[in-house]
Design a protein around this ligand. Structure first.
Ligand SMILES: [Zn+2]
Ligand SMILES: [Zn+2]
Length: 239
């Protein structure tokens, strides 16, 4: 018995001592049969202000998982059973990047693993939320008022505290941004991009108040597309 008779070889290319899948070596299998396809290149839009990225029309937090999701949505794994797509590494600079991925699955009961590189073309843009904020768009005013003769220092400290709250909230809501700060007698007004953020903040600071939050609104514009007036809200908080 010679070793030749024992060795397994690929009938297509003749290479020996390789793991075979349905009788063929991995190279021949990948050449001939569409086991899977993943995009060679994907184009992504990233907001240069808030760093969110656009995924299927939605602006989501930039993450490796979101990048992998984009690669996955352009892929097909018809010839692979139990397929999985893993991210092994990401490198991104201003305009270009690469995703290193690993595809695993089974062919004819045999485990298979292949590595691939997906190149990224990055477009730095301004997302709709950020372009509204940069145009000093705001939906609501957070109005803080203090008792007469409250020391200025105390008012300023509260201002920083509230400002920090909106800043933290920007991660979930990019319009949670302080567009304008205006000090008045015994208090200040913060113009904020998002009404939802102001509502959240007033709920957060409610327990420090002397009175209940008072919300008023006025009409400042008209939305022709939706055929209704656009309101601006004022949340008054008395500390
Ligand atoms: Zn072969
Ligand atoms: Zn943005």
């Amino acid at each position: 018995m010679t070793s030749r008779s024992l060795s397994i070889f690929c009938p297509k290319c003749g290479s020996e001592n390789k793991k075979l899948f349905n009788g063929f070596c991995i190279e021949c299998l990948l050449k001939d049969k569409k086991l899977f396809s993943i995009p060679e290149k994907i184009e992504i839009e990233i907001c240069s202000r808030c760093n969110r990225m656009r995924v299927r029309g939605k602006w989501v937090a930039y993450s490796d998982t979101a990048l992998l999701g984009l690669a996955r949505s352009g892929s097909s794994f018809k010839g692979l059973e139990n397929h999985e797509l893993f991210l092994q590494g990401v490198e991104v600079n201003d305009k270009l990047g690469v995703l290193m991925v690993k595809i695993s699955g089974k062919v004819g009961g045999e485990e298979l693993e292949v590595e691939r590189i997906v190149s990224l073309r990055i477009f730095r843009v301004t997302c709709p939320s950020c372009s509204r904020v940069s145009g000093s768009y705001f939906e609501a005013i957070f109005q803080a008022r203090f008792e007469p003769k409250t020391p200025k220092k105390k008012i300023e400290e509260k201002m920083s505290e509230i400002h920090a709250f909106f800043k933290r909230n920007e991660e979930n809501d990019p319009l949670s941004r302080v567009v304008k700060i205006q000090f008045v007698n015994n208090g200040f007004d913060l113009s904020i991009g998002s009404k939802r953020a102001v509502k959240k903040a007033s709920g957060f600071f409610e327990k420090q108040l002397r009175e209940r939050v008072i919300v008023t609104s006025d009409i400042y514009s008209y939305d022709r597309n939706k055929g209704r007036p656009i309101k601006r809200y004022t949340f008054c908080l008395r500390f």
